[in-house]
Design a protein around this ligand. Structure first.
Ligand SMILES: Nc1nc2c(c(=O)[nH]1)N[C@H]1C(S)=C(S)[C@@H](COP(=O)(O)O)O[C@H]1N2
Ligand SMILES: [Mo]
Length: 369
């Protein structure tokens, strides 16, 4: 066995060949839980089943003393209470959210980080106020390029101490669907989802949706913070600067059919007709097709895709397919295609952080006679 890559300041560690998930990865996995895939059956992910990802600690923020600052390259800096925000026009939006690291644990070799299988996803109903009118009131300066969003959480990552902060191009920040949200599924945000206020950037991977938001800074230069310049970049070699991780790549998942084995999670079904179902999404363009293979990606059948719901343009879409399997072993594979022609690879496309990877899901099932 070759040794794992030695940990180096500033570098993500890559597991050695055959190296199992370690206690460091387990520590992250117990804090950051996924959405059990049977929850793909709900249109709106119920409270507590939505995935959670937090880099550092969940900060205990007192909503009474909390303030949101809007500052930087603006004519009129703002300092707002939660009540100031709640008095603004409110909208409720169903938003598909997926972590950029979803699927990382199956990568070979494995980037050592939060070891998601495929469950880093959820689609909840978020209530808040659109960001664009707030920025307009603050008066964005001519020549502004990025907007930086900072959370109340603090930590150290690959040797760099920081408040969690992400920059977004100004043109993306002022899209009408970008929200400052204080509620989810009709209740105030719980601590793990960013109480009292978080950003939502529908279509973008999770890292852009800054939780525990305290500060919005308009910049007349590109944001160079750690989470944009170092983390969340697609690169194969550590020395590359890489492409930034932005919008969610197309993905379809199947709600696991039948019943699981407690330890192996292997699926069992009885022979006879079964309605396969699941969800599909893309942050780049509308999903146009979902295909299912029941023979390990040798042949594909087009599934029935629920029509796009104009009331929920940022949500996932349901799909179904009738299947009557013979007794024996089968491998379900599912893939989505979007209107940009983007689809899912059947072989992994590797990068150092295991980001934005949309390798197809494979579900082995045993059909009993
Ligand atoms: N302040 C702050 N915001 C954050 C994070 C964080 O660690 N700190 N994690 C990000 C990442 S990587 C993801 S995937 C989403 C997860 O949102 P959720 O926990 O509400 O599902 O939050 C994002 N916002
Ligand atoms: Mo994430």
């Amino acid at each position: 066995m070759t040794a794992a890559e030695p940990p180096r300041r500033g570098r993500a560690r890559i597991a050695g060949p055959g190296e199992g998930i370690g206690l460091d990865e387990l520590a992250l996995a117990t804090r950051n839980h996924g959405m059990p895939l049977e929850a793909l059956r709900y249109d709106v992910t119920p409270p507590g089943l939505h995935y959670v990802l937090t880099h550092y600690d969940i900060p205990a923020v007192d909503p009474a003393t909390w303030r949101l600052e809007v500052t930087g390259a603006v004519a009129r800096p703002l300092r707002l209470t939660l009540d100031d925000l709640r008095r603004r026009p409110a909208v409720t939006s169903r938003v598909l959210l997926e972590c950029a690291g979803n699927g990382r644990a199956r990568y070979e070799p494995r980037p050592v980080s939060q070891p998601w299988l495929l469950e880093a996803v959820g689609c909840a109903e978020w209530t808040g106020t659109p960001l664009a009118p707030l920025l307009a009131e603050a008066g964005v300066a001519e020549g502004a390029v990025d907007v930086a969003f900072t959370g109340a959480d603090h930590g150290v990552e690959r040797g760099v101490e920081q408040d969690y902060a992400r920059g977004l191009p100004l043109a993306e920040a002022v899209r009408p669907e970008v929200l400052l949200a204080w509620a989810v599924n009709g209740a105030p945000l719980p601590p793990q989802h960013g109480a009292p206020l978080r950003l939502l950037v529908p279509g973008w991977y999770g890292m852009a949706h800054v939780k525990w938001l305290t500060r919005i800074e308009v910049l007349d230069r590109p944001f160079r913070g750690f989470q944009n310049a170092v983390a969340y970049r697609l690169k194969v070699h550590a020395a590359q600067s890489g492409e930034p991780v932005t919008r969610i790549a197309p993905r379809a998942l199947v709600a696991p059919p039948g019943w699981p084995d407690f330890m192996t999670r292997e699926r069992f079904l009885r022979a006879g007709p079964v309605a396969l179902s699941g969800r599909a999404w893309s942050g780049r363009a509308p999903v146009t097709r979902v295909e299912v293979s029941t023979d390990g990606a040798a042949t594909w059948t087009t599934a029935d895709l629920a029509p796009a719901d104009p009331a929920h343009p940022c949500a996932w879409r349901a799909w179904t397919l009738a299947w009557t399997p013979e007794p024996g072993s089968h491998e379900l594979v599912v893939r989505a295609t979007d209107a940009d022609g983007g689809t899912q690879p059947t072989e992994q496309v590797w990068n150092r952080q295991g980001m934005a990877n949309n390798l197809v899901q494979r579900v082995p099932v045993t059909v009993l006679g």
